[in-house]
Design a protein around this ligand. Sequence first.
Ligand code: BTN
Length: 241
Amino acid sequence: MVDIKLNILDVCSSTNDIAFKAALKGEVEGNSYLAHMQTKGRGRNHHKWTSIRGNLFLSTILKPKKDKSFWHQLSVLVGFSIIEVLIDLGVNNDLIELKWPNDVLVDGKKISGVLLESSEKFIIVGIGLNILKIPNLETKWATTKLNDHVRRSFTIEDISLKILNKIFGNYLSWEKIGFNLYKKNINEYISYINHKIIIKVNSNSVPLEGIFLGLGDNGGLKIKTNSKITEHFSLDSFSFV
Ligand code: BTN
């Protein structure tokens, strides 16, 4: 069992910064930080994460016992945990998708994003979920918010605790049993399976075209190019045709 402790802040720079500093000071797994606003919210690939009051900004500390080479699997596992919570809250299951590695979409529009930041000994999981507001800055993706998809209203604290309970439940099973327990279930939500995909393995490589086969055994992108099937965990870029 992990003891979940939710610390609530009004404003901070980024809950990931708060959690990272706390973990460096020795705070234990399960310590979590929720802010009502962030002044320097950030997303993956150095994007800004617009952090307006009314939405959820949450970070937690994990200290996996599993070898570091498996940690990347937590990325999709956290995305999947958010999906499970959205379903519990009443979002229509048929409208939900997981865009690898962990963008959660409802009706084709992004509702939640996850930023993992790790050190030698711990990993910080940062979650942004649009609840009341749609960021009005230009974003690459169309965005949506929870309140457009559920009838009842929930407090941000309630939703945070539901997310944390789901993440830690899945995390403990992942530590005990492994990613394979989740692969099939997660693949049901993964977008663009069987679509053409173009990938660049690193910035200097020639773009490769293949067919996206969903998540592989290790949680990476499984791609068929010519007659070869490969699994990729980090790519310079990928796009679907
Ligand atoms: C993404 O989709 O690019 C990931 C967005 C992650 C945003 C969350 S909000 C809470 C935590 N604090 C941050 O600064 N970022 C993450």
